[in-house]
Design a protein around this ligand. Sequence first.
Ligand SMILES: [Mg+2]
Length: 198
Amino acid sequence: MKTPICCLDLEGVLVPEIWIKVSEKTKIRELRLTTRDIPDYDALMKRRLKILRQHKIRLRDIEHVISKIEPLSGARRFLDKLRAETQVVILSDTYYEFAMPLMKKLGYPSLFCNWLSTDPAGFIANYHLRQPNGKQKAVIGLKRIGFCVHAAGDSYNDIAMLKAADKAVLFNPPPHIVKEFPQFKIAKNYKELLKALG
Ligand SMILES: [Mg+2]
């Protein structure tokens, strides 16, 4: 029998959407833009970085904002329980620089994501993807080294990961995702998610 491992999305599953929280806390509405508004991820990120520069917001300012964000209610307890039962890897499209304050609050689980570079003035100069389709490739890689992958996510950027997994669950997905992908199980709270991933 293969060893199970759980792959979890971060934003929307364990923590709030980081850019939306940053938008609320900085009061810059334009930072709420998501891939639903600008489907091209590169164009969206370039736009976000330009907005930050225009408002003179450096990486350390964003890190300060993010340090005030709390994981979703019950997330830490859920994750601790899951990690006591099985290996867990968080697969995210966010950046280590953004996620680390939240990882501290979640007990430093394993996190595979991307990173940012800054210019000498401390502004975010660019973003760097470890590889394209990182979530899906991580699942394929884990299967190749003998794991049986159970995955959970909440949105479009998780679909390739969920399709590649042996067991897939949508956590609190928006109604249009449920309609579009009826093949996936749905969990509405952490109790259901723990059961569905088991
Ligand atoms: Mg998400």
